[in-house]
Design a protein around this ligand. Structure first.
Ligand code: ACO
Length: 324
C-alpha cells in the first residue's frame, strides 16, 4: 500500500430550476405546509423537467466539481456514480456520463446503496486511488431523479423527496493524514419491505413502480445506525465528539437530524443541513450539502468533518475527513 492520502480537490452540485413548494403539494394531496414543515423540516424541493434524465443532472454537477477542482476531463482516471434512479437498466449512468463529459475511456461504473451510496462510492474510490497504480484523480457522483419513482398521490412519501446531483473530485496526494481518513459502512437487508421500490420485470413494462416506506421504522433505524456508525468511526480514530467541527448528515428529516445530534450530545450549531430547501435527494444529499457547506465556509483548514448516511436496504455509513 502506498503512503499518502486522498483529498477532496473539488466539489459541485446541481439543482433543477423548477421548485415545488409545500403549498403547491397541498393542492395535489391532502397535506399542508404546516404539517410538512413541522414533521420533516422541508419547505420546498427541486424537481427535474420531464425531459431531464438523471445523467443530465450528474453532468451538470460533474462539470461544476471539475471547475471547482481546476481540473479538466483528461485528468480523471476513474468515475463512480451512486444512483437508484438512472432511467436505463444498462448501460450504467456512469457509462453515459463518461461520454457526456468526454472523459477518456476510464473505468466507469454505478453502485446502488440508496441514500448511503455516496459514502460507499467514496470508500471504493479512495481505496483505488490510495492502492492502485493507475489512478490519481477520481470523479465520484451522487445523482437522483427521485421524482420519477415518487407516487404523487401518496402523501406519506411524496412530501419528502426531491431531485439533485452532487459530485466530488478526489485526488491522491503524498501528504499524510489529510482528506478522507476513514469510513464505517454497513447493511442489513433482512426487512426490505420497510423501504423499497419494485423492479421492472419484462412482464410488467407498463406498470409504474413507486417507492414505498414504513416511515416510523425508517425513522428509528436511521437514528440508531447513524449514531453507531459515528461512535465507531470516532472511537477507532481516537477522536472525541468535541474534535468534530462539522457534521453533515444525509438530509432526510430535520427531526431525524435533531434526534441524532441529541443522542450523540452533539451541538446543532455544528450540524449542516439544507433539507428545508432541497428535501431528501438520496445519494445526492450529502455531496450537495457538502458543496453548500463549503461555499458557506462552514469548515476550515485542519477541521475534522463527519459525513453520515442511512437509507434503504437498510444501508448506512459514516466518513471522517480532515479538511486540508
Ligand atoms: N400530510 C398530512 N398528514 C400526513 C402526511 C402528510 N404529508 N403524511 C402522513 N400523514 C398523517 C398520517 O396519515 C397519520 O394520520 P393518522 O394519525 O390519522 O393515522 C399522521 O399523519 C401521522 O403519521 P405518521 O406516519 O405517524 O407520521 P410521522 O410523525 O412518523 O411522520 C414521516 C412521517 C415524516 C414520514 C416520518 O416517519 C419520517 O420522516 N420517517 C423517516 C423517513 C425517511 O427518513 N425516509 C428517508 C429514507 S428513504 C431514502 O432516503 C431513499
Amino acid at each position: 500500500m502506498k503512503q499518502g492520502s486522498v483529498i477532496i480537490r473539488g466539489v459541485g452540485s446541481y439543482l433543477p430550476r423548477k421548485i415545488l413548494t409545500n403549498h403547491e403539494l397541498a393542492s395535489m394531496v391532502d397535506t399542508s405546509d404546516e404539517w410538512i414543515r413541522t414533521r420533516t423540516g422541508i419547505s420546498q424541493r427541486h424537481i427535474a423537467d420531464a425531459n431531464e434524465v438523471c445523467s443530465d443532472l450528474a453532468h451538470m454537477a460533474s462539470k461544476n466539481a471539475l471547475a471547482d477542482a481546476h481540473l479538466q476531463t483528461k485528468d480523471i482516471d476513474l468515475l463512480i456514480v451512486s444512483t437508484i434512479t438512472h432511467n436505463m437498466v444498462f448501460p450504467s449512468l456512469a457509462a453515459i456520463l463518461q461520454a457526456k463529459l468526454g472523459l477518456r475511456n476510464v473505468m466507469s461504473f454505478d453502485i446502488n446503496a440508496t441514500c448511503s451510496g455516496f459514502l460507499y462510492a467514496l470508500e471504493i474510490a479512495a481505496h483505488l486511488l490510495q492502492n492502485g497504480n493507475s489512478y490519481r484523480c477520481a470523479l465520484v457522483v451522487g445523482s437522483e431523479k427521485l421524482s420519477s419513482i415518487v407516487d404523487w398521490e401518496d402523501r406519506s412519501t411524496c412530501v419528502l423527496f426531491g431531485d439533485a446531483s452532487g459530485a466530488f473530485v478526489l485526488e491522491y496526494t503524498p501528504a499524510e493524514h489529510v482528506g478522507i481518513l476513514d469510513t464505517v459502512l454497513g447493511a442489513d437487508g433482512s426487512s426490505p419491505e420497510k423501504l423499497y421500490c419494485g423492479a421492472l420485470q419484462p412482464t410488467d413494462v407498463n406498470t409504474k413502480h413507486f417507492m414505498k416506506m414504513n416511515g416510523q421504522e425508517v425513522f428509528k433505524n436511521s437514528i440508531y445506525w447513524m449514531r453507531k456508525s459515528i461512535e465507531e468511526l470516532l472511537k477507532r480514530n481516537h477522536l472525541k465528539k468535541t474534535d468534530v467541527a462539522c457534521l453533515i448528515p444525509h438530509q432526510a428529516n430535520l427531526r431525524i437530524i435533531q434526534s441524532l445530534a441529541q443522542s450523540l450530545d452533539f451541538p446543532m450549531e455544528h450540524v449542516f443541513y439544507n433539507l428545508d430547501t432541497v428535501g431528501n435527494t438520496s445519494s445526492a444529499s450529502i455531496p450537495v450539502a457538502f458543496a453548500q457547506a463549503k461555499s458557506a465556509h462552514y469548515f476550515h483548514s485542519g477541521d475534522y468533518i463527519v459525513l453520515v448516511a442511512f437509507g434503504g436496504g437498510f444501508t448506512w455509513g459514516a466518513t471522517l475527513i480532515k479538511w486540508p
